[in-house]
Write a protein that binds this ligand. Sequence first.
Ligand SMILES: [Zn+2]
Length: 143
Amino acid sequence: MKHHALKKEETKMNPKVKEIFDLAKATAQKAAKAAGKAAETAGRKTEEMVEIAKFKMQIFSLENDCDALFKDIGKSVYVTHTGDEIQPEEIEKRISELDEKYAQIAALRAKIELARPKRKCPACGRECDKDDAYCGGCGGALE
Ligand SMILES: [Zn+2]
C-alpha cells in the first residue's frame, strides 16, 4: 500500500519535471537566436580598454545573477523530492531570466571581442590579442 502510494507520487511528479526539461530545450533555441542577433548588433568597434573593463564587470555581475538563478531552480526541483509541489511557472520564469542574461553575456562578449586590438601570430597565423606576449596557439613569442 505504502509502496503503491510512493509510486503514484513518482508518476505524478515526473511529467512536470519532464515539462521543465522540454521547456528548457525549447528556450535554449530561442536564446541561441537572441545571442546571435545580439552579437550581430554589438556594433563595430569600441576603442578604449576602459570600455572592455566595463563590459567585463557587467559580465561578472550577470554571471552572479545566473548562479543565483541556478540555485533557485535547483532548490525548486529538489523540493519535489521532499514531497512539495513543484511550481513549473516559477522555474519557467527563472529559465527565461537565465536566457535573457546569457544573451546579454553573449552580446557583451561579442563587444569585447570587437573592441580588442588583434594581430596575427607570425608563426602559425592564429589571431592573438595585441597585448599578448606569446601566441595562445603555438606558444611562439609575439613581437
Ligand atoms: Zn602561433
